[in-house]
Design a protein around this ligand. Structure first.
Ligand SMILES: Cc1ncc(COP(=O)(O)O)c(C=O)c1O
Length: 394
């Protein structure tokens, strides 16, 4: 479907899921520039070569909408594969046309083994007690399964310990249905290049690689680095890296020692739907946490915490209207926020940029996240389903 602002991914919009027409009533838009997204993927691919890129597109591609990005991901053929967290995400990625390899990096409940084996996705394995059920499902479907063994080198989240690894591999070897194709772990503090934990994790992971090679008779694909690891720990790029946030042109928290030429590929914007000229002393929004000190103009924008704008931005963040920054005033409400535009002339329908560029002015995701006391990841991931995802460019 064509939207005045670009190609609209029906997949992500709630009324469509209910079989209704899109009335266009939702006036908060996340615009993703597919050309810039492609440039970012190319820049990261070239930066990490000869390592390969696994794009982590879990949580609906961090909120940017996996369905809208799939055409670009497909262009890269075997240069890129995708990682997701859940079985639903894996099947959804296939359903919207993703043609490459999909790795389920997270926890998969045994009730989903059949669907995953049938889908041809690769699965992470780390719990010995689940292996018989997994093998049974493979036998029943008469299908093989490719596995990535997940090692816990320090996150204490998911994964098998180094001590248990040799026995686990021997267990897997007993089943002809399985082929171990990968070995991976996750970094605790990749935003701090000289953190001791990086060296500890590296040491443990390299020992795991050695054990695996001895037990398997070959070395599977090894992957350890996330975006922070890509930027800070080039010696840990190994065979592949798993990149999430950096693909959108957002740097992960912490330091970075080198940066491929990526740029933010998105903008979050709404529009002015009401205008109030107010006198000194006039309060705005719940609890009147802000009052006008002088006569001024207050604009109302139809987006709020139900759309994922953190309430912590109340009286903190700014929006761009008419090419200039204006403070948000009063508390963020469920469906609306208000901005103080002073004496600037404004009209109903004027664009209001919450994150992104308007003329020469820019508000970065990083700034907004910091003001809200959040990680940059949390903002796009929390964008609600009223937020229209629009994909521009080709
Ligand atoms: C196992 C795993 N690998 C890679 C990533 C990607 O991390 P980032 O978005 O920092 O690149 C994540 C994200 O949380 C993850 O859980």
């Amino acid at each position: 479907m064509n939207h005045p602002h670009g190609t609209f991914s029906e997949h992500d919009y709630t009324p469509k899921l209910a079989g209704l027409d899109d009335l266009g009533s939702s006036l908060i838009t996340l615009t993703v520039d597919l050309n810039q997204y492609r440039e970012n993927l190319r820049a990261i691919r070239d930066f990490i070569a000869p390592a390969k890129l696994i794009c982590v597109v879990k949580a609906n591609a961090y909120g940017f909408g996996a369905a809208g990005l799939v055409p670009i991901l497909n262009e890269f053929n075997a240069d890129i594969s995708c990682g997701v967290a859940t079985a639903d995400e894996a099947l959804e990625l296939k359903a919207v046309g993703y043609q490459g390899r999909i790795i389920l990096l997270g926890y998969t409940h045994p009730k989903n083994y059949y669907q995953i084996i049938q889908s041809g996705c690769q699965l992470s394995a780390y719990r010995p007690e689940n292996i018989p059920a997994l093998a049974q499902a493979c036998r029943h479907l008469d299908r093989p399964l490719e596995l990535h063994i997940k090692i816990d080198t320090g996150m204490t989240r998911l994964g098998i310990s180094l001590d248990e690894l040799p026995g686990f591999i021997r267990q897997l070897r007993d089943y002809p249905q399985f082929r171990v194709v990968g070995l991976f772990s996750h970094l605790v503090d990749s935003g701090t290049p000289d953190a001791q934990v990086n060296a500890q994790q590296e040491g443990q992971f390299l020992r795991a690689v050695k054990y695996a090679a001895e037990e398997l008779g070959y070395t599977p694909e090894c992957h350890l680095a996330n975006s922070g690891g890509v930027l800070n720990l080039p010696h840990l790029h190994l065979d592949s890296v798993r990149v999430g946030i950096l693909a959108y042109g957002i740097t992960p928290p912490g330091e970075f020692t080198a940066l491929p030429p990526v740029q933010p590929c998105f903008q979050l914007a709404s529009e002015v739907i009401d205008i109030h000229r107010v006198l000194p002393g006039r309060g705005v929004s719940y609890s009147h946490s802000w009052r006008a000190e002088q006569e001024t103009t207050i604009c109302t924008l139809p987006c709020g915490y139900a759309d994922g704008l953190p309430r912590a931005l109340s009286n903190r963040a700014s929006v761009l209207i008419g090419g200039r920054g204006h403070p948000l005033v009063g508390n963020v409400t469920m469906d609306y926020i208000m901005a103080d535009v002073g004496d600037q002339a404004v009209s109903i329908g004027d664009e209001a940029v919450l994150i992104g560029r308007q003329g020469a002015a820019v508000i970065t995701l990083d700034e907004v996240a910091k003001l809200a006391g959040l990680l940059p990841y949390e903002i796009p991931c929390a964008l609600g389903r009223r937020v229209r995802r629009v994909y521009v460019g080709k």
